[in-house]
Design a protein around this ligand. Structure first.
Ligand code: BES
Ligand code: ZN
Length: 470
């Protein structure tokens, strides 16, 4: 198709997206009303309902969609033939969400989506608005509009929507292994990341990995009176917190043996590219109500979040936490401790190092129990490929501005699994903003980002379609 004709037809798809926007928002609201919290089994029926809802939407726009059982939550798989044979593109998103608590901090109920005023116009507020229901709907709505205008899709498309991303994707690898042939494609488009800012689209080329552990220190056989026993026997909370406090030294360096062995410094060219982005540290800290950067000594905030490994205590429990006072020594104490990993760090090696770290600090009469809630390595995706070039061109057409290449501190286990098991790379295109309150109360997705995301995917489809001509 000549370029002028190709732009005219993309303009028609853009027009269709504009006129259908209100309905696109209503469809997203329907999905947001389903509380698909993957980590909490009380929501298992809702999680399945969300999968079925997505499959029904895809069937309605002509995909051959199925809800597939796994050892955990179902995975939605859908296929659509194309006018040409290539490229074959696999699109990925996740329909599960994080728990909404603390509920009392939400200004409107988490599963009753609303359009609220925002500095950028309107915002969609609900759990999962941006992570990841709003984002997976950006490509579904783009396919809907494309088909309404053209009646078909230009290349074969497969879609995979996962229901366990927020709990570490425990069933994903086995599913990919079992369905390797069916899921073959040339590239995987992942829509679960962010923009640089509301006007500047971005492609994410590096993700950190994650090792998530739960550490319990067991002590006395039962809870004890702290007047009778306190100061004379092991208090697991005292001992656990003392050990946790040793995870970092005064310079913020992690003390797990071998932790930095495989960590590489970024190159000068990469450091220079990051400098050109003009990171606004004040705005970043301000989005969390803070002013003071902190972390590993001698590192910039972008390094600390993109290219350096970290350790965070995500939760801690033990003893008495009810109202008022209870003079007790709890029999055990637990902490959820996670590590964001970079480049060549091997999650299993880090776990072995953590066990060594704890064993060396076992208090007399104490016993450690260590659970692993998931491990995924860090990933980098190629910054030069025809698919990346097409996606950059598509983003530029949708935003009329050059997109940038960025890193992120977050993790998406699928990216490594697709590379390792299916053998192809991913393209991380996303429309979230730093201040979207992901995983927090009052999570939101700017309406402008939802709209721009749908248009971007349409433009990326147009650009990817050009590849089949070459
Ligand atoms: N969408 C996020 C990942 C992300 C966060 C990308 C911030 C870009 C910026 C994803 O849904 C997520 O939260 N992943 C988890 C994965 C974990 C449970 C294995 C994460 O990073 O904590
Ligand atoms: Zn998330």
């Amino acid at each position: 198709m000549p370029d002028a004709m190709q732009s005219a037809t993309l303009d028609e798809v853009f027009d269709r997206i504009d006129t259908d926007l209100d309905d696109s928002v209503q469809r997203l609201f329907d999905l947001l009303r389903i509380p698909s919290v993957s980590t909490d089994s009380a929501f298992d029926n809702d999680t399945r309902r969300a999968a079925t809802w997505c499959a029904d939407q895809l069937s309605a726009i002509g995909f051959d969609a199925t809800v597939r059982d796994t050892t955990g939550h179902p995975i939605v798989v859908a296929h659509h033939a194309g006018e040409s044979k290539s490229p074959h593109v696999l699109y990925y998103g996740h329909y599960d969400v994080q728990p909404p608590d603390p509920l009392e901090l939400w200004k409107s109920p988490p599963f009753e989506p609303v359009l609220a005023e925002s500095a950028h116009g309107k915002k969609i507020v609900a759990r999962g608005a941006v992570d990841d229901k709003g984002q997976l709907m950006t490509f579904i709505e783009a396919f809907r509009a494309w088909k309404a205008v053209h009646g078909s899709l230009p290349f074969p498309v497969s879609i995979m929507l996962e229901g366990e991303e927020e709990s570490g994707s425990p069933s994903l690898d086995a599913f990919l292994e079992a369905n390797k042939d069916e899921l073959q494609a040339d590239v995987c488009v992942v829509c679960d990341t962010g923009m640089w800012d509301i006007d500047t689209p971005a492609i994410t080329y590096m993700l950190r990995g994650l090792l998530y552990t739960e550490i319990t220190l067991h002590g006395p056989t039962h809870d004890l009176h702290s007047g009778m026993y306190g100061g004379a026997v092991l208090n697991p909370i005292n001992a656990l917190t003392r050990v946790l406090a040793q995870l970092h030294d005064h310079d913020g360096r992690i003390q797990v043996p071998g932790f930095y062995d495989d960590v590489r410094e970024i190159g000068e060219a990469e450091a220079q590219q990051w400098r050109t982005l003009g990171f606004d540290e004040e705005a970043f800290l301000g989005s969390a109500g803070l002013k003071t950067p902190t972390g590993e000594a001698g590192r910039s905030t972008l390094e600390r979040t993109w290219s350096r490994p970290t350790c965070d205590i995500n939760g801690i429990k033990g003893g008495y936490i009810g109202e008022g006072a209870k003079t007790v020594i709890g029999s055990h104490a637990t902490a959820k401790v996670s590590f964001r990993l970079v480049a060549d760090q091997d999650p299993q090696k880090i776990l072995a190092g953590l066990k060594q770290f704890l064993d060396a600090r076992t208090p007399p009469d104490g016993r450690w129990e260590i659970d692993n809630h998931g491990a995924s390595p860090a990933m980098r995706v190629p910054t030069k490929s025809p698919y990346l070039t097409a996606a950059l061109a598509g983003l530029k057409r949708a935003y009329d501005r050059d997109p940038v290449l960025i890193g992120t501190g977050g993790s998406i286990p699928l990216v490594g699994s697709v590379q390792r098991i299916l053998g192809f790379d991913s393209l991380l295109v996303g429309f979230g903003l730093d201040d979207d309150a992901v995983h927090s109360p009052n999570e939101k997705f700017e309406l402008r980002c939802y709209h721009g995301g749908i248009k971007s995917h349409a433009a990326i489809i147009a650009e990817l379609a050009q590849l089949s001509r070459t």
